[in-house]
Write a new protein. Structure first.
Length: 277
């Protein structure tokens, strides 16, 4: 059973990338190296060759076939429009006296804050963790306040410290939800499961937080209520897997994995467009 309600629509919208209200920051601020995920090298602060004058990607509909699959798994959690429209008040980096360096420095910091807000927004919807909702609210309010800082104030934030401050709370939320699963639950948090053969594995309520599941075979696995916070799902085979109620799963994790029409996802997450129907 899926234990979560759909998140508050306003909160969900704010934590969803809105490229129409961003100045293509991820296409400039971030660096990438030529590889299976990117067709060319790009330095941080250098506009991607595919970035158009209107800040839109010229090959957005064909990123995977054009050699830019890495772009399809990136999710700013709405940080791009927050930096563009709130932190810098709608001022375009192209006209900035510093060439946009301050905006580019702000983006990765804001993204980490928004990712934490994504996890907390999910935690707030989980009924079995109701006793922790007040503490979740306080954590949300504190991080929301950080996202409203001016550019100089943002640069004083220690993202690692903020993650550490929230990690324990999210773990308590996870335990409260997964305690519903009868019997002994497997804990493979942080485990190296690269290429592991886990087809049909019984992982209901398992702790897979931070696990390396790159290329793992999880076809038809039972991942209901599993904690997948920070799990590396690059090229993980999720065909036919049941992820009903899976905790702290993100769009970027799913976009990095392989699934199909039989893969069952948590109610709040869309099916990746590149998965076969």
């Amino acid at each position: 059973m899926d234990t979560a309600r759909l998140p508050d629509p306003a909160a969900a919208e704010r934590l969803r990338a809105d490229c129409g209200n961003c100045f293509g920051l991820c296409c400039v601020a971030l660096a990438f190296a030529r590889s299976a995920d990117f067709a060319a090298d790009k330095k941080a602060g250098e506009p991607c060759r595919n970035l158009a004058a209107d800040h839109r990607c010229g090959i957005h509909a064909d990123l995977r076939t054009s050699g830019y699959a890495g772009c399809t798994v990136y999710d700013c959690f709405g940080a791009g429009q927050q930096v563009s429209q709130v932190t810098f008040g709608g001022r375009d980096w192209r006209g900035a006296p510093d060439g946009g360096r301050a905006m580019f420095a702000a983006l990765p910091l804001m993204r980490q804050l928004h990712e934490l807000l994504w996890y907390l927004a999910e935690a707030r919807t989980l009924r079995p963790a109701a006793a922790l909702h007040r503490e979740v609210d306080r954590a949300q309010d504190r991080i929301e306040a950080l996202t409203r800082r001016d550019p100089a104030g943002l640069l004083t934030i220690d993202p690692a410290a903020e993650r550490a401050a929230v990690a324990g709370l999210l773990r308590q939320v996870s335990e409260a939800v997964r305690s519903q699963v009868p019997g002994r639950r497997k804990d493979r948090s942080g485990a190296d499961l690269v290429g592991a053969r886990l087809k049909g594995a019984a992982l209901r309520g398992a702790g897979l937080r931070g696990a390396l599941l790159i290329g793992a075979d999880l076809r038809d696995a039972d991942l209901r209520l599993a904690d997948l916070l920070g799990a590396d799902l690059r090229d993980t085979d999720l065909r036919g897997a049941d992820l009903t109620g899976a905790l702290f799963l993100t769009r970027s994790q799913l976009n990095a994995a392989r699934g199909d029409a039989r893969t069952v996802l948590p109610s709040a997450l869309p099916r990746p467009a590149h998965w076969p129907a």
